[in-house]
Design a protein around this ligand. Structure first.
Ligand code: NAP
Ligand code: FER
Length: 336
């Protein structure tokens, strides 16, 4: 055993509605020695993502749901501290789905090596990781935009949305972002090159779309659902496509939303709506990672990280993510 102690955030109780700090508990344990084929890893960055709220809920899911007492689900960027495997040596930087904890012993076969030449190591769980892959495949494989299409993306300044809009621009789309503050709106236009942005908290999204997308919305990358999506649906073009990536406006709802919303708009416009999961494209992730890294190096893709210092701050930062407090990809910096 090492002299240090492991700390892990567990789900203390299932949240009803918005999670509160009481739904999380910090658990301490000793750090065991790795056995043959295993590595001891130390977390440097913990990625916080909206899907984690879904894991705290009971009911059907594509993945295992958490039970009270379980360590919160999550992916980390970590350093190999000790290795009992020929695959890794101490000092290697990897990513692994060990959840919200500072140390873990894992089988060397389950961890993924991070290529530091592609970008800073934190990006392995951001633009070069799960959120970046989501943006790339949700846009290019699900929405399949054509040059000249009008593309709307919600949660536009976030980890996924910011990448969607920029790849949309690379592909010749007119890009409109929807976000929750004026700073986020001016960031996506002035820094990321979107054509325009709508603050859904202060503006009438439907009316603004009538003005800035008079020929309708050809592609809608939906990260949020709820009233923002209602407004976009009112403005869909003929034969438009909608990719259902996330429905964050519903994640804290104690009851599921009742009944279909304005689905009649989809009849008139002959719209195709498709839900997708980033893991549907797993076999193609490496190719996408390489292309995104190239675009970053060429200055064609930018990204912003919202880094919160200190493992102890993970629950508060996560609660904030579901309320729009983050600006860019949310990460917890756990260690140097
Ligand atoms: P993010 O956008 O970095 O952060 C979440 C953002 O959602 C907040 O900053 C907030 O921004 C916005 N938001 C929160 N409540 C909202 C509400 N009621 N109405 C409208 N917007 C709201 O998060 P992300 O990691 O990029 O994820 C974005 C979406 O993609 C999530 O829905 C997530 O579940 C989904 N996702 C899906 C997959 C998949 O495989 N299908 C994979 C990854 C992510 P504002 O200030 O702009 O409101
Ligand atoms: C996400 C939101 C929802 C996500 C997955 C889901 C991987 C899946 C939901 C379900 O199975 O009900 O951000 O990311």
């Amino acid at each position: 055993m090492t002299n240090e102690t492991n700390r892990a955030w567990t789900m203390a109780s299932r949240p009803v509605g918005e999670p509160t700090p009481k739904n999380f508990a910090l658990k301490e344990s000793d750090i065991p020695e790795p056995k043959h084929g295993e590595v001891l890893i130390k977390t440097l960055y913990l990625s916080l993502d909206p899907y984690m709220r879904g894991r705290m809920r009971s009911g059907p899911s594509y993945a295992t749901v958490l039970e009270p007492g379980d360590v919160m689900t999550g992916e980390v960027v970590a350093r190999v501290q000790k290795s009992e495997s020929p695959l890794y040596k101490a000092g290697d930087i990897i990513r692994s789905s060990i959840g919200w904890q500072e140390y873990a012993i894992v089988s060397a076969h389950t961890v993924k090596r991070i290529d530091p030449d592609l970008g800073p190591i934190s990006t392995a769980v951001g633009i070069l990781g799960m959120p970046g892959m989501t943006a790339y495949f949700g846009l290019l494989a699900v929405l399949k935009p054509r040059a000249g299409d009008t593309l709307v993306v919600s949660a536009a300044s976030g980890a996924v949305g910011a990448v969607v809009g920029q790849i949309g621009k690379i592909n010749g789309c007119k890009v409109i972002g929807v976000a929750g503050t004026d700073e986020k709106c001016s960031y996506v236009v002035n820094e990321l090159g979107f054509d325009s942005a709508i603050n859904y908290k202060t503006e009438n999204v439907s009316q603004k779309l009538v003005q800035i997308a008079p020929n309708g919305v050809d592609c809608y990358f939906d990260n949020v659902g709820g009233p923002v999506s209602d407004a976009v649906f009112e403005n869909l073009a003929l034969k438009s496509r909608v990719a259902i990536c996330g429905q964050i406006s519903q994640y804290n709802a104690a009851e599921p939303p009742q009944g279909p919303r304005n689905m009649a708009a989809l009849i008139r416009t002959r719209t195709t709506v498709e839900g997708f999961l980033v893991y549907d494209f797993e076999l193609q992730h490496e190719v996408a990672r390489g292309r995104i890294a190239e675009w970053i190096k060429q200055g064609r893709l930018k990204y912003m990280e919202d880094v919160v210092d200190g493992f102890e701050n993970a629950p508060e930062a996560f609660i904030g993510l579901l309320n729009g407090k983050n600006f860019g990809k949310l990460l917890i910096k756990v260690a140097e």
